[in-house]
Design a protein around this ligand. Structure first.
Ligand SMILES: Nc1ncnc2c1ncn2[C@@H]1O[C@H](COP(=O)(O)OP(=O)(O)O)[C@@H](O)[C@H]1O
Ligand SMILES: [Mg+2]
Length: 263
């Protein structure tokens, strides 16, 4: 079942067409990766999909068939869209557990008044929230850090903590912007299994990633962007052997090399 449909998305910054008429669709349980050189428009595409930027006049975004084009980020979270950021967006002065609880709260339906007056339902819900957040941290191998101040934790742990907070909103689609950046080989291996596990649970995963080994291993399909446009899309093996993709990454000399290797 198709969960996320992005249709004809585009945006300009001044004279620069950062994303230009890009469309893609991702199904439940699928890992869909977006790759491309620095400045290709990958993060900007995420910002369009997640409502941080408005999709252009002809742009459309649907979640499970429902048009959500004009919704802002906080409403999209309630429709089942969650993301992580290329530059971490963690509350460093809060504990790791509290960071995940924030995610839980985003999908809960306490009223503002109930919160204000501290009604008993709120206390009960807070306990439940805490337990849900802890269970999630356990699943992601983060339980040992629950009480630690987020600011004191290593980078690789924080990358996973951000994923935990995103999962706490119980998303249908999860967008990850370079989750392995700055992670060592062991941390990347852990991420690899984690992402596969998330997809297996039925979430549509959209992944921006520079680590080609990781991308080629875990993606069902790959979209290649250059200069804001789609250069290629397909299974990892197909994209890897695409002459246009090779030349975009390695220059024309690389394409010639590749052709020779195939010839
Ligand atoms: N808010 C912005 N204002 C102006 N230019 C931007 C902004 N965000 C991104 N850009 C430009 O748009 C292009 C795409 O950027 P980005 O989406 O961050 O690329 P990627 O994530 O693929 O590295 C780059 O040329 C970048 O400098
Ligand atoms: Mg980026």
């Amino acid at each position: 079942m198709t969960i996320l449909e992005a249709e004809n998305l585009g945006i300009s910054f001044g004279g620069l067409r950062a994303v230009d008429g890009v469309s893609f669709a991702v199904a439940a349980g699928e890992v869909f990766s977006i790759i491309g050189p620095n400045g290709a428009g990958k993060t900007t595409l995420f910002n369009l999909v997640t409502g941080i930027y408005r999709a252009g006049r002809n742009g459309r975004i649907r979640i499970a068939g429902e048009d959500v084009t004009s919704l802002g980020p906080h409403l999209l979270v309630r429709r089942g869209m969650a993301r992580t950021f290329q530059n971490l967006q963690i509350f460093f002065r809060m504990t790791a557990l509290e960071n995940v609880m924030v995610g839980c709260h985003l999908s809960e339906k306490t009223s503002f008044l109930a919160d204000l007056f501290g009604w008993p339902t709120v206390a009960r819900q807070n306990r439940a929230t805490r337990e849900r957040a802890l269970a999630l941290m356990e699943r992601l191998g983060l339980a040992q850090y629950a009480r630690a101040e987020a600011g004191s934790l290593p980078y690789g742990v924080l990358k996973r903590l951000e994923i935990a907070r995103a999962l706490a909103t119980e998303p249908k689609v999860l967008l990850l912007d370079e989750p392995a950046a700055g992670c060592n080989a062991v941390e990347t291996e852990v991420l690899d299994r984690l992402i596969a596990d998330i997809a297996k649970s039925g979430v549509a995963v959209v992944l921006i990633e520079h680590d080609m080994k990781l991308v080629m291993k875990i993606s069902d399909r790959v979209l290649v962007l250059t200069h804001g446009r789609r250069l290629a899309e397909g299974a990892p093996a197909v994209v890897r052997n695409d002459a246009g993709v090779i030349s975009a990454y390695l220059g024309d000399a690389g394409a010639t090399e590749a052709n020779r290797a195939h010839g």
